[in-house]
Structure formats: structure tokens, C-alpha cells
Design a protein around this ligand. Sequence first.
Ligand code: ZN
Length: 161
Amino acid sequence: MAITALPFRMAGDRRDRPIYRMTYEVKIEKPPIWNDICFAFGIIPQKVLFTYGGTIYNPDNVKIPDDIIEHEKVHMEQQNHNVNDAALWWGKFLRDPAFRVDQESKAYAVQYRFVCKFVTDRNQRFNFRMELARLLSGPLYGNSISQKDAEKLIYKLSGVK
Ligand SMILES: [Zn+2]
């Protein structure tokens, strides 16, 4: 689950398209657990994507940046690419803030590492990391971690020096 409307986009993030070995499909509709998500989080902002099994649900039909594909692919792996595990994953995700932070920090770390392949400037990397940390610590995931801790976690998990 990620919002595509990042105010800060890295230059060059459309370059060097990765080879997508993992198959997935994108559906322009709300995810199966939409009502549960609304119940748990209240109003869902526009331009949010939801992975359910091997499918990315893109209800607002937004253009999905490559780094966010990488983010959602982590959730596909976490859900073992199938709808039964996706149902269990979402149930836990909506109930358990620690699980949310655990799963999302891994997805954001992969997203960050992907962008760092194209962006070597330390300040740009830091700004992007802070932007991801702002999202991870924000209302989209129930304000479950501080921004500073989120930034440290993304940095550590990314393995990027
Ligand atoms: Zn996510």
C-alpha cells in the first residue's frame, strides 16, 4: 500500500526500466478489502495503491512510478502472491500497527534502494528518505512510528551506505 502522489520525485526515475520477472496485474478498481480499510483508517486519500495477492489495485488509475512498483512487489512477496495469504496479511495489517510498520518499512527500504541506483547525491537521497519516512509515519498507516524512527529504519533496512 503506497501513495503515488509524492511531492518530491527523483530525476531519472523513469530511466533504466527494470526487468519485471515477477508477474502481476493492475486493476483499475478498489481492492477487495476496501470497506475494511476505510473502517480501519477512515477516509483514504486519492492516488493510493493496494496490493492484494498478485494484483495491484489502482482505483484512481494513476500512472505508477517504477519505484512504487518495486514497493508493491515487496507486498506481493509478503502475501505469497496469492489471495488467501493476502486476506490474512490484510487482516493483520489493519489490526496491528507493529506489523504495519514492519511490512511497510521493508517495502519503503526496497523502494529507497531502487531510487538510489539512479540518484547518488547525498542530499537528494536524504530528502527522498525523509519523504518516505513522512509517509511511513503518517496517517496513511495510522501514525504508528515517529518520522525520525521511520527514517532510521528505512535507511538501515535498505543497506544503502
Ligand atoms: Zn506499502
